[in-house]
Design a protein around this ligand. Structure first.
Ligand code: PGA
Ligand code: ZN
Length: 399
């Protein structure tokens, strides 16, 4: 494929923030498009979306960078990786939008799904991936300042299941989402949706767990499938002055501030009490050792998101001390597809479970779903409603 023209332009993400989209045209008249998401609950060590700003980046791309790209032959993922090198100084947003646009164009020119372009071994297969879906949201994903209103401090209450096929897995997650709403109505609790389509309501952490347990039990009874509960604590957001500060009830104790040791005991209690199979970022993003201590004590998935930021170097640091047994994969955290693939490779080598994940402020781009398929990842964390989430689920269903 030869690049005939390539341009960056402005579009909106799911939060109606202005962001960038790259559109590439090939000599054969094929068009490919790509755009990258943005986080709200971003890790301290993430690569910036734009090192300058969006407007300047688009200008530089369209006036200078495109000249270097026009006429380039792009035949494989390796060529996309080479192009990424020149874009890295401009930030994750433009680098990944370009990579995703090139992959889209390659898939169209070759008339194959994107995952076949992204699969470096070029082995064609049907991979089964399990969606982990958000049911209740809280913390910064609610859009409200923490501590001002009654809301869960835990950012994400999640479910997944091991039904036979993808369609059923998706339907069961959606049924739990529906059942949760019914529970809220039954209890006369007003609700809305958070950035990722999870329910937000004026409830405590404990109430959120209880309502979710009820919703899960109801759906379990209908589907006779095991449904597992998980959480993204996203604890760095409420780690202040060496204490984890919970504004709403998190345990039976009337306690708000937890030091590291107390947080460790609390998480262990939550895992046991609610039979959690998935716990993301239970400790502050610098605290590798507490993650290691917890991982040693449980068979539950302990996932590093803000801790690892999809960075191969931070993952290696985690592996050395055995911090976590799983990792969130978000390409825009590390700013390039090449590095993302490097991180996945290391995770596989050391038997860490990789969970490819959406961000709170998404676009309709579905490349992450194809990365999950191409790399045969076991899980994808993705909301169950709203177009920008459904676009990824549909990509999975189509493939
Ligand atoms: P973000 O959060 O996309 O808002 O950064 C998602 C997460 O913490 O998993
Ligand atoms: Zn997270």
């Amino acid at each position: 494929m030869i690049i005939k023209n390539i341009n960056a332009r402005t579009i909106l993400n799911s939060h109606a923030d202005l962001t960038v989209e790259v559109v590439v045209k090939t000599e054969k008249g094929i068009k490919g498009m790509g755009s990258a998401p943005k986080g709200t609950s971003t890790g301290k060590h993430e690569v910036k979306n734009f090192f300058k700003n969006r407007v300047k980046t688009i200008k530089e791309f369209n006036f200078f960078l495109k000249r270097k790209l026009i006429g380039r032959h792009v035949e494989s993922l390796k060529d996309v990786f080479m192009i990424e090198e020149a874009l890295l100084p401009f930030g994750a947003g433009i680098t990944l939008s370009t990579s995703y646009a090139l992959i889209d164009a390659l898939s169209r020119e070759n008339d194959v799904p994107k995952w076949k372009i992204l699969n470096p071994e070029k082995r064609f297969f049907k991979h089964k991936i399990t969606p982990i879906s958000k049911i209740i949201g809280g913390s910064v994903h609610s859009g409200y300042p923490q501590g001002k209103l009654i809301l869960p401090d835990i950012q994400e209450f999640l479910v997944f299941n091991k039904a036979r096929n993808l369609e059923k897995k998706i339907i069961i997650n959606k049924e739990v989402h529906n059942a949760l709403k019914e529970e809220l109505i039954k209890n006369k609790i007003v609700s809305g949706v958070d950035y990722e389509g999870g329910w937000i309501a004026p409830i405590s952490n404990v109430e959120a767990f209880k309502l979710l347990e009820k919703a899960v039990a109801k759906v379990k009874a209908n589907y006779k499938e095991k449904i597992f509960i998980g959480v993204d604590i996203a604890s760095s957001n409420f780690y202040k002055n060496e204490r984890y500060v919970y504004y709403t009830k998190i345990s039976e104790k009337e306690k708000q501030k937890y030091n590291t040791e107390e947080q460790y005991e609390l998480i262990k209690t939550l895992i046991k009490k609610y039979k959690l199979k998935y716990v993301e970022d239970p400790f502050n993003e610098e605290d590798f050792m507490s993650h290691a201590k917890l991982t040693k004590k449980t068979s539950t998935m302990i996932i590093g998101d803000d801790l690892f930021v999809t960075d191969p170097e931070r993952l290696k640091r985690g592996i050395e001390v055995k911090a976590c047994n799983s990792i969130i994969i978000k390409p825009n955290q590390i700013g390039s597809l090449k590095k993302t693939f490097e991180t996945i490779k290391i995770a596989k080598k050391y038997k860490y479970i990789s969970v490819i994940s959406h961000r709170s402020k998404e676009t309709n781009d579905d490349t992450i779903a194809h990365i999950g398929l191409a790399q045969k990842l076991p899980f994808i964390k993705i909301g169950i409603i709203n177009g920008e989430r459904v676009s990824k689920l549909n990509a999975l269903l189509r493939n």
